[in-house]
Design a protein around this ligand. Sequence first.
Ligand code: R5P
Length: 296
Amino acid sequence: MLVCACSASKYFGRKLAKATGSGYLEIETRRFPDGELYVRVCGDVAGESVVLVQSMYKEPNDRLVEYLLTARTIKELGAEALIGVVPYLPYARQDARFKPGEAVSLEIVLDLLAHAGTDRLVVVDAHLHRVPDLSEISRIPVHNLTVMDRLGEYLRANLDLSEPLVLAPDEEAEQWAKVVAEILGTDYRALSKERLGDREVSVAGELELEERDAVIVDDIISTGGTTAAAARLAKEAGARKVVAACSHAILALGAEHRIFSAGVEELVASDTVPSPYSVVSAVPPVAGLLEKIAGS
Ligand code: R5P
């Protein structure tokens, strides 16, 4: 097995190659003056099983096109199989036509990945709200791994939490709050969220947090609006300390300020999206799955 990575995930790719004992293949990428991308696969992939890593955060469109160019080239050069590892899968929130005429972006993106030659896809904590299994809407098998257990273990081992209550800022996040609460040996509560705009949300719920810490758990922190609203609610309910944990710290412009000024004292995230808060790695679960696939 050979591992290679596009520009958003070189570090992740090298760690994955090491963890699986695979060779690492360089992919050269650069941008032409007009904004187009140049891609070159620097090595022989003929007959190989190739793993291509590209997390598609912050500039999802560029990341996606780079992946498509690279994947197709790897297949044209004779790779036997191509496993795409996309630690952060973008466009998953647009998984339905909420208003007439809208693109169902998730299905289109999955289709593009398969069309470029991906034989199997590995993602981490995909935002699955209405689609329980991505394989059902994809032409290729999709494995959705999680880092929630690892985030829970990190919180338990490294934060001195006093009688924490784990909070899911909305119903969908309840599944992740449950995992973290079990690891912390405590209870959890799902709040209700109403989205008022791209950056504005309101979060509500009855909470009593005197002498307790609050741990807000979500899959994505993008603008930080959701986490900030949940943190304000926890503070109003008397929470001693508020910490936040997420798989994907996208942290769009202003998110950190929004979160920390709302009372969050600590943010813990995984390395699916590199950030100063990425203290937990998604490499071990991805490596474990690749070893299982290779051995089957
Ligand atoms: C939405 O349902 C997700 O689980 C997150 O709550 C959401 O993407 C967070 O976005 P933001 O940080 O912009 O509020």
